[in-house]
Write a protein that binds this ligand. Structure first.
Ligand SMILES: [Fe+2]
Ligand SMILES: [Fe+2]
Length: 528
């Protein structure tokens, strides 16, 4: 009769219901339930203390604990489930928790002394910063959590409701326009948008309310709302470096600084000391940026990461074939073990160089992950020929890794191999390029190098298409220029650009060096 109450056997293996922690992500908020619970409880405890009023009674304290603890618990679950990419490392969540507590201290000060005005809490600044560094959707969700907790602490203060509405509107407007900001001046514009939104919402709330405050008070609050919004653009600019460090992310503004070859001494050195590697890195950047853009990943991060990925080769540039035609001969006189040591050292050397030049962590991850744990097959085969496979296990010829941990580093890993391999093609036709890209992606997958990077099969297909398209442009060949019997070009050098038209039988168009304005066909009628 009560059979339906009996526990039903589990039909699905638990690891299919709850994703297993991925290797290399042990320090992630999502993969550490114990640390996650501890951090949430500590934040909730501090928030309850800040919200509690002296002599408020146990019942009030209990109510606060339920609301604040419940909201933080649910927010934590929500972020783990839907924003795992944004919350990421535990360190980042600790920084965000500290930020929440800082705002709650401000709200408590307001409740006790009336200062600072709640309208001055820089919530829109936080929204813009999180939107720039993590994701606009996460920024909005985080602001919702922050304002809920601020409301619990500043409970009962007269300007609370209007401040919450104004700050949430300002934050929404800020987050909405803080996507792909690549010029600092745009931040000032975003500040203006926040300011105008805040003043409009505050004015509208004043109209909605029954009693109007005194003119001077109204004016003061409107001015605060506007000035705070305008100032938030400058505040974002000032706080950006600190937030980038705390959240371990780079904004597009900083990435652009690092993409400027002339401003980066290490890239200038690469250009002089290992020109082949420099050129290769530039092409990898072009390939990976296009591929990342095609799946909505961070193309600029890929490009900048590519510029730096092989800087470690500068220690021994002559042992890498892109820099020297004698590289193979140099390795010929070395044992395969020694060659392997030289080759596999370049990610580690690169990290040392990057630390010396203060290259940020997110760019360093491209240096250490771009080879993952792949093996140096060429020298391993030589070693196996000289000894035997039992004596030389393949694992002893692998890079130290780790394997790519993000979509961006995985894209650069594939682009790196694709760029190098495409140079070996005699006739790089589109079909051959497609085959090559396909083979390389399959090899990386078979070698389990793409297991930790969250790329889907659908995204890999798009990435492959983007690679083929860009490679087609890189390896496109012009038709051969006509030459005379002695082998010299049979057209004047100045007209070489026009040769395809000559060959197709069309007369070359002359390029005008100094534009001379044509006289008008008919004279305008004389007004007199
Ligand atoms: Fe490399
Ligand atoms: Fe490379």
């Amino acid at each position: 009769m009560f059979g339906w109450l009996r526990r039903q056997p589990r039909r699905v293996a638990p690891e299919l219901v709850r994703p297993l922690p991925r290797a290399g992500h042990e320090r992630d908020f999502a993969n550490q339930p114990a640390e996650r619970a501890l951090m949430t409880a500590a934040t909730a405890f501090a928030a309850v203390l800040l919200a509690a009023a002296p002599g408020g009674g146990v019942a009030r304290l209990f109510g606060l604990a339920v609301v604040i603890g419940g909201v933080l618990f649910l927010a934590g679950r929500f972020f783990v489930k839907f924003e795992a990419e944004a919350v990421g490392p535990l360190r980042r969540v600790a920084s965000l928790s500290a930020l929440i507590l800082l705002f709650l201290v401000g709200a408590r000060a307001h409740r006790e002394t009336g200062q600072p005005s709640l309208l001055l809490l820089p919530v829109p600044t936080v929204a813009v910063l999180l939107s720039l560094l993590l994701a606009p959707r996460f920024a909005v969700a985080f602001v919702g959590l922050l304002l809920t907790l601020v409301a619990m602490v500043a409970w009962g203060t007269p300007e609370l409701l209007s401040a919450l509405l104004v700050l949430s509107a300002g934050s929404l407007a800020g987050a909405l326009y803080s996507f792909r900001v690549r010029r600092a001046s745009r931040l000032i514009g975003i500040g203006a948008i926040v300011g105008v939104t805040q003043i409009l919402v505050l004015a509208a709330i004043t109209l909605v309310r029954d009693e109007l405050p005194a003119n001077a008070e109204l004016l003061r609050r409107l001015l605060i709302a506007l000035a705070h919004g305008l100032a938030s653009g400058f505040l974002v600019l000032a706080l950006l470096p600190a937030f980038e460090k705390a959240l371990d992310r780079l904004s597009d503004l900083t990435l652009l600084e690092f993409s400027n070859q002339n401003d980066q001494p290490v890239l200038r050195r690469l250009q002089v000391e290992a020109p082949g590697t420099h050129h290769h890195s530039f092409l990898v950047g072009t390939l990976s940026e296009a591929a990342a853009e095609s799946i909505g990943a961070n193309g600029l991060l890929c490009r900048v990461g590519s510029y730096f990925h092989d800087i470690g080769k500068m220690n021994k540039p002559e042992y890498f074939s892109e820099n020297s035609a004698e590289a193979r001969a140099r390795h010929g006189v070395l044992s395969p073990d020694m060659s392997k040591l030289i080759i596999t050292a370049h990610p580690k050397d690169g990290i040392e160089l990057a630390q010396l030049h203060k290259i940020p962590r997110p760019i360093q991850s491209f240096i250490e992950e771009h080879h993952g744990t792949t093996a140096v097959e060429y020298f391993w085969r030589i070693a196996v020929k000289q000894r035997s496979e039992e004596e030389v296990p393949k694992d002893s010829y692998r890079y130290a890794g780790p394997r790519p941990q993000s979509k961006e580093t995985a894209i650069v890993m594939v682009a790196d191999s694709v760029e190098a391999a495409s140079r070996t093609l005699q006739e790089p036709t589109p079909a051959r390029l497609e085959q090559l890209v396909d083979d390389i992606v399959r090899m990386k997958m078979d070698d389990r190098q793409l297991d930790e990077c969250q790329l889907t099969m659908r995204e890999l297909t798009r990435i492959k298409e983007a690679f083929v398209q860009v490679l087609g442009g890189i390896h496109h060949r012009r038709p051969a220029y006509p030459r005379d019997p002695t082998g010299r070009l049979s057209v004047p050098l100045a007209e070489v650009e026009l040769v395809p038209e000559i060959e197709s039988g069309r007369a070359p168009e002359r390029v005008m060096t100094s534009p001379t304005p044509r006289p008008p066909a008919t004279l305008p009628p004389n007004p007199s």
